[in-house]
Ligand binder design. Structure first.
Ligand SMILES: [Zn+2]
Length: 70
């Protein structure tokens, strides 16, 4: 896990909403985000590139990959 606060924080890093409805890690950076923000990420044209970069980093043994950035 690249974000130590992932399980303890209560608000979305991006929009500030409560994370009571679910949380996930951003695919683009180290933010913990709500499911609405996650949906918006998936609609981005560069979402696949972000996923591919994450997978490639993990495969290369880099478990602290910071993401490609927003
Ligand atoms: Zn959010």
């Amino acid at each position: 896990m690249k974000n130590d606060r992932f399980f303890t924080q209560t608000r979305c890093d991006r929009c500030g909403r409560s994370l009571a409805g679910g949380r996930t890690m951003s695919m683009f950076n180290e933010e913990t985000i709500c499911m609405d923000c996650a949906d918006k990420e998936r609609e981005r044209p560069d979402y696949k590139a972000a996923c591919d970069a994450e997978i490639a980093a993990v495969r290369a043994g880099n478990r602290n990959f910071k993401g490609i950035g927003l």
